[in-house]
Design a binder for this molecule. Structure first.
Ligand SMILES: [Zn+2]
Length: 423
């Protein structure tokens, strides 16, 4: 979400979305898709598509919310295959294709972050102002670096008719308006995130987020978002080549198969089990019959436990939360099963093959491998000369066809931004 829309307090900020897409690109295996998205044209499409959905919030238009979700994204994927054919694509088409993968990254990242990291932040830090999206964006810049500015690209000829088919009327001017704000956000956040005093204020407000934002052991953190997005992209690319049903029923699970040390508490946010699916799900057909939670290894027929099922964000969401209905036992292994044919996607299809993963509440036999958080100094925030900053900030705050709201703490930071210190 964007800083300009103070009422929207969910999800990753735009700079975090860019960070996730860039990291996911690094995680892709060598091959056609990585080459395509790494090309100049593909990367331009990727970064534009990554920021695009939140531009709609900035201008208060419904195109933003719809841009987050698979119905619009899948329609665009079909448009790409109809217009360009199936992969491989050459670089002259890569901006259109990259835009699709950027939008897909954005939608999936928001769901993964919100369902796990934000849910923990709510418990440990509360719901605060400024919002988690704004604050975590600035903290991420301070820890993982900002993102360079980039030229605008929007595939108007595809998107405008596809939005119309979904009952959303939008024109080029509106898309330009929202997108210009989305593209400017990394510059503004990068500037604030390079100011140690500003970072300290946000860190004091969100100490748990500040400590764990780049912690790959915390479910829903940006490093794990990038892993899910990379897996999602490979699935989407496969479907562009041949739209056949997925064999693996889920993209990822938290805890992961074979994990140790899973928390046991009843109604503890940490004891929830999260399953991320490769297709948006049909909420009305999702229930406990689609899953089993039982003691023991997958091949064992252990005692079954009660649990509740929540499709996070409802219709077309990819993320299912299972909450155990009783306290988990000490040093016990549990298996979660996804029942073949019982999870329905939003188009009525099922996942014909089931799957199972197991985790333990006991300690790992030896030290578990931990991910090293990416390092950065937060210097990369902008390619713009610093002398442009005051004018740009004023233009950013006041320009456009309507006046935007800026949260009070951020407005204060903007007012003092002219005296920002370099990293
Ligand atoms: Zn968003």
């Amino acid at each position: 979400m964007i800083l300009l829309c103070a009422s929207y307090a969910l999800a990753n900020g735009i700079t975090t979305h860019l960070w996730v897409s860039e990291q996911a690109l690094l995680l892709l295996p060598e091959g056609e898709l990585k080459s395509l998205l790494s090309s100049e044209e593909g990367h331009l499409g990727l970064v534009n598509g990554t920021v695009f959905p939140d531009g709609g919030y900035a201008v208060g238009h419904a195109y933003g919310e719809a841009g987050h979700w698979e119905p619009l994204q899948s329609a665009y994927r079909s448009w790409l295959v109809d217009e360009l054919g199936s992969p491989p694509y050459d670089t002259s088409e890569a901006d259109f294709v990259g835009f699709f993968f950027g939008m897909s990254s954005h939608g999936m990242a928001d769901q993964v972050f919100d369902s796990m990291f934000m849910e923990r932040s709510k418990v440990y830090e509360g719901v605060l102002d400024p919002s988690l999206d704004e604050s975590s964006d600035i903290l991420l810049v301070s820890q993982g670096g900002g993102h360079d500015t980039f030229d605008a690209f929007i595939p108007y000829e595809a998107l405008i008719p596809l939005y119309a088919e979904q009952g959303i009327e939008v024109d080029e001017d509106t898309l330009d308006d929202g997108h210009s704000f989305a593209r400017l956000e990394p510059f503004v956040v990068g500037t604030i995130g390079a100011d140690p005093d500003a970072v300290a204020e946000y860190a004091a407000l969100y100490p748990w987020t500040n400590e764990h934002l780049l912690d790959a052991t915390v479910f829903g953190s940006p490093p794990l978002e990038a892993q899910v997005v990379a897996a999602y992209w490979q699935e989407l690319y496969r479907r562009m080549m041949e739209d056949i049903p997925t064999e693996v029923p889920y993209l990822d699970t938290f805890p992961r198969d074979g994990a140790f040390g899973h928390p046991r508490g009843l109604n503890d946010v940490e004891s929830r089990i999260t399953i991320v699916f490769p297709r948006g799900l049909e909420a009305n057909l999702l229930g406990p019959q689609a899953f089993r939670l039982r003691e023991g290894e997958p091949e064992e027929a252990g005692r079954e436990l009660p649990f509740s099922v929540d499709l996070f964000y409802g219709q077309s969401s990819h993320v299912v939360l299972l909450t155990p209905g009783e306290e988990l036992a000490e040093d016990q292994r549990y298996t979660v099963e996804v029942v073949a044919g019982e999870v329905f996607d939003r188009e009525g299809g099922t996942f014909p093959v089931g799957g199972a993963f197991s985790f333990s509440t006991g300690a790992a036999p030896k030290t578990a491998a931990g991910g090293e958080p990416p390092q950065g100094c937060g210097c990369r925030s902008s390619g713009l000369p610093q002398g442009m900053l005051p004018a740009l900030l004023i233009a950013w705050t006041l320009s456009g066809r309507r006046r935007r709201q800026v949260s009070a703490p951020l407005a204060g930071r903007l007012a003092s931004a002219a005296s920002l210190r370099a990293c």
